[in-house]
Design a protein around this ligand. Structure first.
Ligand code: SF4
Length: 139
């Protein structure tokens, strides 16, 4: 039985910025034979739910009103990394496109729905520490 770090919103927790979730049914199946460990880096970083959406802009993360939430995103990423290490997770399944959890593709920082190549803040930290990260789209 493997331990897998998972974006909490994919497991049905209402932790998205709008206060809803994006439950992924494939994870329900995966959870029958594996230990899924949910994390929401944005909540772990101290942001409320609901909250303003954020997007990566260069080396910062800005909320849609222009306020700087880089510190909260970085803090949440560190907490998520700590949980991944403590549990010695086999890999991570994180939410596609998110400024925290996305892998390979993220929103472009204009809040227009456009996407660019890049990783979310948490994904970047996990990859830099040797963890394998995939999104729900790769299941
Ligand atoms: S930070 Fe990650 S886990 Fe939390 S709501 Fe956003 S995509 Fe889901």
């Amino acid at each position: 039985m493997k331990k897998i770090l998972v974006s909490a919103c994919l497991m049905g927790y209402d932790c998205r910025y709008k206060g809803d979730n994006c439950k992924c049914e494939k994870l329900t199946e995966l959870g029958k034979d594996n230990v899924l460990i949910p994390v929401c880096p944005e909540q772990l970083g101290g942001l409320p739910t609901p909250r303003m959406p954020g997007e990566r802009v260069g080396d910062k993360v800005l909320a849609c009103d222009g306020s700087d939430v880089t510190e909260q995103y970085a803090r949440g990423a560190k907490f998520a990394l700590g949980i991944a290490k403590e549990n010695n997770v086999e890999h991570c399944i994180l939410k596609a496109n998110s400024p925290s959890c996305g892998k390979g593709v993220i929103y472009d920082g204009t809040f227009s729905g456009n996407k660019i190549a890049g990783n979310g803040v948490t994904t970047e930290l996990l990859l830099n520490n040797g963890f394998e990260v995939i999104t729900e789209n790769e299941l």
